[in-house]
Design a binder for this molecule. Structure first.
Ligand code: FES
Length: 105
């Protein structure tokens, strides 16, 4: 089962404009300068389902090398969450959490 707890925790507060993006149909607050991997994992524990078995993935290298953090933007583009900056109004689909908020089986 998908544990709906944050994988990341902000340990150093910083200033910056806060705005919302949509992740799997739910609004989450992010801060200007956040990468999508941070924006998403500050609110849930995974970025995507593992395609070769049960389980979830949350990125690995955090530097755009391993390809473990692919997510889909609202316009259909596939991007790496670890090298894409969150922008106001962005919509992201991870496939981890259904639009109604429940975990996808
Ligand atoms: S976490 Fe490795 S490419 Fe994004």
């Amino acid at each position: 089962m998908f544990p709906d707890e944050p994988q990341f925790h902000r340990i150093v507060p910083r200033s910056g404009v806060r705005f919302a993006i949509t992740v799997d149909g739910r609004q989450v607050e992010v801060q200007a300068g956040d990468l999508l991997i941070s924006a998403i994992l500050l609110h849930q524990s995974a970025l995507r389902r593992f395609e070769f078995g049960d389980g979830y993935r949350a990125g690995f290298c955090l530097m755009a090398a391993c390809q473990d953090c692919w997510i889909k933007l609202g316009d259909g583009r596939r991007v790496r969450a670890c090298d894409t900056v969150a922008r106001p109004g962005m919509s992201v689909t991870t496939g981890v959490v259904a639009v109604n908020g429940s975990a996808n089986a």
